[in-house]
Design a protein around this ligand. Structure first.
Ligand SMILES: Nc1nc2c(ncn2[C@@H]2O[C@H](COP(=O)(O)OP(=O)(O)O)[C@@H](O)[C@H]2O)c(=O)[nH]1
Ligand SMILES: [Mg+2]
Length: 251
């Protein structure tokens, strides 16, 4: 079993050396590969990734132009569709140092021990928390939980967490069902809900593990635009609500 750690990178030059080093420490007992996509960064992200790939098990992909988080994740997940095995695991995380790699083994154990297909590092699981996150961001993530429960019937607590472990087989399944262009239809950070809904609709069991999101560790500014993100989530909820597939959810 190999663990593929996917890193979408947009102007993350100041964070990547530390992040890749911390991943290698956290994963020293695992067979792992890091796959990073530089999404048309304007800083030295791409050159740094190439340099790091000489020392670490790191595969570097590149978009010439900035296409956004949703396209970066499409590129990364399609890469795993081609290259990962059914029994492998995929870790999705931010590259800005707010997602501590020490949770990676815990996320994988949660999938294994609880026979889950998706494990989410969750601020809202018992024992989880967020530190230094601006109030409007806290309200967004809390409001989303309620709205998604009411409208889509998904009772996952941390819908917008981008720190997740997913079985490769489940990713392959939704790519087969929806195709390369439609397994992700969101056009921004709402990609997290888009993917979660499709996974759950096709039988994925979800668990959440307590996670501390420490925003004070964030290097650089957030790339999330709050109004665009709220609008994107609302559009995605309306679109998903019209989906023919019902949600079959486990705890
Ligand atoms: N590829 C790509 N990644 C992006 C873009 N915007 C953000 N990201 C990445 O998506 C992740 C989340 O962005 P981040 O700024 O950390 O958002 P926040 O944690 O919600 O404030 C980080 O790994 C970013 O490098 C983008 O336009 N393109
Ligand atoms: Mg982040």
């Amino acid at each position: 079993m190999t663990v593929y750690i996917l890193l979408p990178c947009y102007n993350e030059e100041s964070n990547l050396r530390q992040l890749v080093d911390e991943i290698s420490q956290a994963c020293h007992n695992l067979d792992y590969k890091i796959v990073a996509v530089d999404d048309g960064s304007r800083d030295g992200t791409y050159q740094l990734l190439l340099a790091l790939s000489r020392t670490y098990p790191l595969i570097v992909l590149r978009h010439e132009d900035n296409k956004g988080l949703h396209e970066a994740l499409r590129t990364l997940l399609l890469w795993t569709y081609e290259n990962a095995g059914e029994s492998d695991y995929i870790i999705m995380m931010d590259s800005d140092l707010t997602h501590d790699p020490r949770y990676i083994p815990q996320l994988i154990s949660a999938c294994e021990e609880k026979e889950a297909d998706v494990a989410i590092a969750s601020r809202f699981a018992e024992g989880g928390k967020q530190v230094g996150v601006p109030l409007h961001r806290v309200l967004l993530s809390k409001g989303l939980r309620i709205l998604v429960k009411i409208t889509l019937g998904i009772s996952v607590r941390d819908i917008s967490s981008g720190y997740r472990c997913i079985r490769s087989a489940n990713i392959k399944k939704i790519i087969k069902v929806y195709g390369c262009m439609r397994f992700i239809e969101a056009k921004g950070f709402d990609v997290q809900l888009d993917l979660l809904f499709k996974l759950v609709s096709h039988g994925a069991r979800v668990v959440e593990i307590p996670f501390t999101l420490d925003y004070s560790k964030k290097g650089g500014r957030s790339k999330l635009k709050i109004f665009r993100t709220v609008l994107g989530y609302l559009q995605t909820i309306l679109r998903l609500k019209r989906f023919p597939t019902g949600v079959r959810e486990a705890s």
